[in-house]
Design a protein around this ligand. Sequence first.
Ligand code: PBG
Length: 327
Amino acid sequence: MSFPEIRPRRLRRNAAIRRLVSETRVDPAELVVPMFVKEGLTEPRAISSLPGVLQHSRESLRKAAAEAVQAGVGGIMLFGVPEQRDPTGSGGVDPNGILNVAIRDVVAEVGDATVVMSDLCLDEFTSHGHCGVLTPDGEVDNDATLAAYAEMAVAQAAAGVGMVGPSGMMDGQVGAVRRALDAAGYQDVAVLAYAAKYASAFFGPFREAVESALEGDRRTYQQDPANLRESLREVALDVAEGADLVMVKPALPYLDVVSAVRAAVDVPVAAYQVSGEYAMVEAAAANGWIDRERVMLETLTSIKRAGAQIILTYWAVEAAQILRERH
Ligand code: PBG
């Protein structure tokens, strides 16, 4: 027998063999595209820190939603950008607030051809940019915020959303939202819990996308990037409170968290490849330093390999188109 006896390279010899033994495939149905809609816009507008992503008008949002369905994506996550903000974020609860209007528009456009989801958080709607309402001395008031989330969930359900995504990291938010939905007769609206969400600098470009000027930071409610076990605790609480799916966010810098969460729970696990992850790749690619398409697909494959069966990504529509051509 010649040396080496074992030759792993045999299974990498050509594309056909590599395809045969590939352990991880990303399917368009597992990709969810976040979309932004801005109140009062007549034409869609570019977001400079997120090249290729738009602030939609109501009309362009409907078209983009239809295109996403054509591409075969599994879901659309909606974010609203209001014209007016106030300290309590009342635009999020208002049935005529931009996000609730957009839910109605998109549901009317796509029906149940894809899952329509909505961000359930106050930061897009508050003048101070925090994810909740504040106490007189400027702290984020957990329990008062729960009441606002409960109302917001019912407003989104009334607009026809299929799945709500509470993302504010208030204690008890999943339970509060689940109870409110059930009490209002929306037992069938699912909860995608942003269960493990870190106080991450990778959310930077998102702030431009939603035009949020945050006073201070979110470290009293989002998690410390140093902590892994804390995520398992957050996830367990959310599942106990009725989360149908749990999400880890950001994705790529937290693949160990994705993997640990996958091992810890039986519900579907999602990961959110956030604005800064996308912007880093786009910026490097624009400089000619990396191969954009290969890096895009490599990141998605890695997030799935780590244990996320659903991925929120600004590349969802494009990636779905590329993946469908390949199969
Ligand atoms: C909260 C929310 C944020 C993101 C999604 N939902 C902002 C934050 O928590 O600071 C960030 C998404 C991204 O960076 O792509 N409404």
